[in-house]
Design a protein around this ligand. Structure first.
Ligand code: F6R
Length: 608
């Protein structure tokens, strides 16, 4: 969370570059934005936040800079997701102490203790970031050595923290330090870029890049950086391709509508039809070890956790023992697992702190750690022993959409691969693949119903309470549909396996309560119908997601999705999720909520 950007180069339009960098990192938090840059021998600093203008954007920050032709080739920027202190200008970064300016991403867990090390009455904000810069300044005043001061303070911090510093007394240099977080350094034709994630490298020709590893400090010059050298890797160019909204109003809309193409990419080159198998280069080297795994554990948060739930159901369906875990709960719930168990970590960003905590714990135990990740070279991709990329391309919308369906497809590929190592026959594998390759087209068919789903959002916008319900594989769709609606339209939504309704949740049903039921033609359809009757018998309102051709008169409204052959019913979630993404998206628009910037959230959750 929080986006850090820095530029130290040879071109005079540094301010423009930093503003663009902040803009590209907005998905990491948008509670405030700020910039500090050196022009001549003067540091200028500007900030904007929610208390000053609700719904501000990068243009509001740009407007604050009086000299539109300012010459500058070094500076730092920040976009904030509030942790310590409210969404105010006073708490916005960069924070400063004398000539030192800092942007920070992380969480100083021993903040109260460290505050005692400085003169607390000099603090102007409520943030831990200000405490860091004040501490560095204090030590720097005593020692005159900025790098040593930074190193010393980083050692004092508890928690995952990354900082970038500009100093008035060190005009040609920036200083970055990492303890348990992620920060990238990229050398381009026009200078060095420092950023929290690679999306900020867009538009630059990056020649070399490097992650600043934990416990490292970098002194960044206009043409390179000084650190204890490790291997410099070349960045994956495809991932850096510039993305725009492709004519859509919001990234979320663009990402929902590109899912057909995305899933073709996820599968591309990975299906071996005549062998009824999947080819997964990322885990091929450990194929032998995987054959002997007793139980697969899937760990993730939010949408990624919903993908974990799906994986568990699918693996068990194929006779492979599996279990899903919410990452933030794992370490505290005394999990029991054996030495032959393996762990899959599912994460779009590959940077989620709660998930990383579990990776580190499992590494201590010595079990196999595997990643199912979207962002190449992200922390989880680097920490795990092997893994499979979901190939969803850059996901900018804070609410995950295409990454979720790409996770589900990746899980199907994995399940085929691991089940073929065990008891699955060629014929079964071939049958699944034949049905799987039809999925992108089926998704495109659902997307064509956008206008009717939009009308439903308009019709239901007055409802304040929603249940999302489904049985067996579609209980996962219910979980994801409910998360999406509450996340971007702030509606109260809960999800249950449909059969659970009679054990309590039915108590809330009345004509003002809407239940969205996912009930395609699968093996639990008839049981689900009984449960829907129970809702209708209490005057509840029902929107049903049904298989094409099923008029399902019990429901008040239906959304049809293409049929899937009953024996491959486990593929329904991949298409049944789409109408719920559209419903949430259009609901957010109806309620005047910005779907790309849901309140209180950020795309990359790097605090635990
Ligand atoms: C929901 C959403 C979040 C993320 C969660 C994990 O739309 O995006 O629930 O799924 O924060 O993020 P990753 O997948 O990056 O680990």
């Amino acid at each position: 969370m929080c986006g850090i950007f820095g530029y130290n180069g040879i071109e005079p339009d540094g301010v423009k570059k930093i503003l663009e960098g902040i803009h590209r990192l907005e998905h990491r938090g948008y509670d405030s934005m700020g910039i500090a840059f050196l022009t001549g021998d003067k540091v200028e600093c500007f900030k904007v936040a929610e208390d000053e203008k609700v719904g501000f954007d990068i243009k509001d920050l740009a407007k604050k800079i009086p000299n539109k032709k300012v010459i500058c080739n070094i500076g730092i920027g920040h976009t904030r997701w509030a942790t310590y202190g409210g969404k105010t200008v006073k708490n916005a970064h960069p924070h400063f102490s004398n000539g030192l300016f800092i942007v920070h991403n992380g969480n100083v867990e021993n903040f109260e203790a460290l505050k005692k090390e400085i003169d607390a009455h000099t603090l102007y904000s409520e943030t831990d970031s200000e405490v860091i810069v004040k501490l560095i300044d204090k030590i720097f005043q005593d020692t005159g050595d900025l790098v040593k001061s930074i190193e010393k303070v980083m050692k004092m911090l508890v928690g995952a923290n990354v900082i970038l510093i500009m100093s008035k007394d060190h005009p040609g240099q920036l200083f970055a330090a990492n303890k348990g977080g992620t920060i990238l350094l990229g050398k381009s034709d026009s200078g060095v870029i420092i950023a929290s994630d690679p999306s900020a490298f867009e538009g630059y020709h990056i020649i070399k890049k490097r992650n600043l590893e934990t416990n490292e400090v970098a002194v960044i010059h206009s043409d390179f950086w000084d650190i204890i050298a490790k291997e410099v890797v070349t960045i994956e160019e495809d991932y850096l391709q510039d993305i725009d909204k492709n004519g859509c109003d919001f990234y979320m809309e663009k990402e929902i509508f590109e899912q057909g193409a995305v899933l073709r990419g996820t599968m591309s080159g990975r299906l071996i039809l005549d062998k009824g198998n999947a080819r997964l280069g990322g885990i091929n080297e450990i194929a032998r070890e995987l054959r002997n795994v007793e139980t697969f554990h899937f760990v993730g948060c939010g949408t990624a956790y919903n993908a974990c739930s799906y994986a568990t159901l699918l693996f068990n369906r194929f006779g492979i023992s599996a279990r899903a875990w919410i990452a933030s709960e794992f370490c505290y719930s005394h999990p029991v697992f054996g030495p032959n168990d393996a762990f899959f970590f599912i994460s779009q960003s590959g940077e989620t702190a709660d998930t990383i905590e579990v990776v580190e714990e499992i590494q201590i135990k010595g079990n196999i750690c595997l990643g199912i990740v979207n962002v190449p070279d992200s922390r989880i991709a680097r920490l795990t022993d092997a893994g499979v990329y979901i190939r969803a391309g850059k996901e900018k919308g804070v609410a995950s959409t295409k990454a979720f369906t790409a996770q589900l497809v990746t899980i199907v590929l994995l399940a085929i691969y691991l089940a073929r190592q065990r008891k699955m026959t060629i014929d079964t594998g071939m049958g699944i693949i034949e049905e799987l390759i039809l999925i992108p087209e089926k998704i495109e068919k659902v997307l064509k119903q956008k206008n009717s789903i939009k009308r439903l959002a308009e019709k239901y916008k007055e409802f304040k309470n929603y249940y999302f319900l489904g049985r067996y594989f579609n209980s996962v769709v219910a979980q994801e549909g409910s998360l999406k609606l509450k996340e971007i339209s702030y509606m109260h939504a809960e999800s249950y396996p449909l059969g659970e309704m009679k054990h309590g949740p039915l108590a809330l049903i009345d004509p003002s309560f809407c239940s969205v039921v996912i009930i395609p033609n699968d093996s639990v359809h008839s049981k689900g119908v009984v449960n829907v009757r129970e809702i209708k018998g209490r005057d509840g309102v029902v929107i049903a997601i049904v298989a094409e051709g099923n008029s399902f008169e019990l429901a008040d409204d239906i959304i049809e999705i293409p049929e899937i052959k009953p024996r491959y019913e486990y593929l329904y979630p991949i298409i049944a999720t789409i109408p719920l993404q559209l419903f949430s998206y259009y609901m957010a628009l109806e309620l005047n909520c910005n779907p790309d910037k849901p309140r209180n959230l950020a795309k990359t959750v790097t605090v635990g």
